[in-house]
Design a binder for this molecule. Structure first.
Ligand code: NAP
Length: 315
C-alpha cells in the first residue's frame, strides 16, 4: 500500500499505539514512526520490538516534523500532552487521539492545538484486556469500526486523509458528533464494563464462602465478565470520570430494567422472562451476523486450565 503520512508520531506507546505502529509497518502506511512514552521501560520495549524508528523522553521532541500525531494516552492525560506538543506542531499536521471518550477529550485538547494544525478526534472500537507496548498486534483494527468526531469547520481533505489511513489499516470508518459518540459508547462499552466490574466484585465477596468454586466453575458465564473486568484500571477510571453524564443515564435505565426482571422472577412471570431473553438473543445473533464477534462457543479461548493465580485480599 502507499504511504499516507510520511512521519507519524505516537504519544503513548501502549496497546493501541503499538498496534497502530505494527499495522503501519505491515501495510507500508508511513515512512518514519517516532514515539514518546513517559517511562524509560516502555521506551526501551518500543525500541526492542522495533515498532518505532526513534523514541524520545519528551512528547515535544517526538512530534517535531510529524505529519500525523496520535495521542494514545489515558483520557485523563490528554490535556497535559496536548499542552506540551501544541507549540511544536508542524504547519498542516493532523492531530488525532484514540481516547474512549470524545467530548471531554475535545474540551481538554482543542484549546492547545494551533490553527495551523488539524485536530480530528477519533476512537477505534477495538481493544483487548491487555495493555502496554508488548500487547499490540497488526490486525487489531481489522474489520473493526473506527469513529471520527470532527469539529464543525474541520478541513474536509484532512478528514478524508485520516479516514483513508484508518481504512488502510483494515478498519471501517464512520463519523458522528462527540455527544452522540459518548452516549452510544456508554451503552455498548462503558456501562457493560461497569456491570462486569460489579459482578466480579460480587463474586469476590462470595469467594470467601465458596472458596475456589467461583473460579473453578467460571466457564458458565462469569468467565466472560472476568475478561472484561481485567481491563486496565487507569484507562477505565478515566473513562467513567470523563463520560459521567451518559454513563449515569444508561446506568439509570439499566437499574430500571433490572428491577423489572427482579419483579418478574419474584412473581414467577415466565412469559416476561422468556420474551425478554428472546429479544436479547436476537441482538447477539445480529452482532455475529455483522461480523463483530465469533459464534465459537468458547469465544476462541482454549480449554486448558491455567495455573492458579493469587488474588489480592479485599481490604
Ligand atoms: P495502555 O496500553 O495502558 O498505554 C498507555 C500509554 O500511555 C503508555 O505508553 C503509558 O506510558 C502512557 N501514559 C499513561 N499515563 C500517562 C500519563 N499520565 N502521561 C503520559 N503518558 C501516560 O493504553 P491503551 O489501551 O493503548 O489506551 C490508550 C488510549 O486508547 C486511552 O485513551 C484509551 O481510552 C483508548 N482506547 C483503549 C482501548 C482498549 O481496549 N485498550 C480501545 C480503544 C481506545 P508508560 O507505559 O510509560 O506508563
Amino acid at each position: 500500500m502507499a504511504v499516507i503520512f510520511e512521519k507519524v508520531a505516537l504519544i503513548g506507546l501502549g496497546l493501541i499505539a503499538s498496534s497502530m505502529a505494527h499495522a503501519m509497518r505491515q501495510r507500508g502506511l508511513a515512512t518514519t514512526i517516532t514515539g514518546y512514552a513517559r517511562s524509560a521501560e516502555t521506551r526501551a520495549v518500543a525500541m526492542e520490538l522495533g515498532f518505532c524508528d526513534a523514541v524520545f523522553d519528551s512528547a515535544a521532541e517526538a512530534v517535531a516534523g510529524a505529519d500525523l500525531v496520535v495521542l494514545a494516552v489515558p483520557v485523563g492525560a490528554m490535556e497535559t500532552v496536548a499542552k506540551e506538543i501544541g507549540p511544536f506542531l508542524k504547519p498542516g499536521a493532523t492531530i488525532t487521539d484514540v481516547g474512549s471518550v470524545k467530548q471531554a477529550v475535545i474540551e481538554a485538547v482543542a484549546p492547545h492545538i494551533p490553527p495551523r494544525a488539524h485536530f480530528i478526534p477519533s476512537h477505534p472500537l477495538a481493544g483487548t484486556e491487555h495493555s502496554g507496548p508488548r500487547s499490540g498486534f497488526a490486525t487489531l483494527f481489522e474489520n473493526r469500526w473506527w469513529l471520527l468526531t470532527p469539529l464543525p469547520g474541520t478541513n474536509p481533505a484532512a478528514v478524508a486523509r485520516l479516514r483513508g489511513f484508518y481504512e488502510a489499516m483494515g478498519a471501517y470508518v464512520d463519523e458522528m458528533d462527540a455527544a452522540h459518540h459518548d452516549l452510544v459508547l456508554a451503552v455498548t462499552s462503558h456501562t457493560p464494563h461497569l456491570i462486569a466490574y460489579t459482578m466480579v466484585g460480587v463474586a469476590d465477596d462470595l469467594r470467601r464462602v465458596t472458596d475456589s468454586e467461583v473460579i473453578k466453575y467460571s466457564a458458565a458465564g462469569f468467565r466472560d465478565f472476568t475478561r472484561i473486568a481485567a481491563s486496565d484500571p487507569t484507562m477505565w477510571r478515566d473513562v467513567f470520570l470523563n463520560n459521567k453524564d451518559a454513563t449515569l443515564e444508561i446506568l439509570g435505565r439499566f437499574t430500571e430494567e433490572l428491577f423489572a426482571l427482579q419483579r418478574a422472577i419474584r412473581k414467577g412471570d415466565g412469559a416476561h422472562l422468556h420474551e425478554y431473553f428472546t429479544r436479547t438473543r436476537a441482538i447477539r445473533r445480529s452482532i455475529i451476523q455483522a461480523g463483530q464477534d465469533t459464534a465459537a462457543a468458547d469465544f476462541g479461548r482454549g480449554a486448558t486450565p491455567a495455573a492458579p493465580v493469587d488474588i489480592p485480599k479485599k481490604p
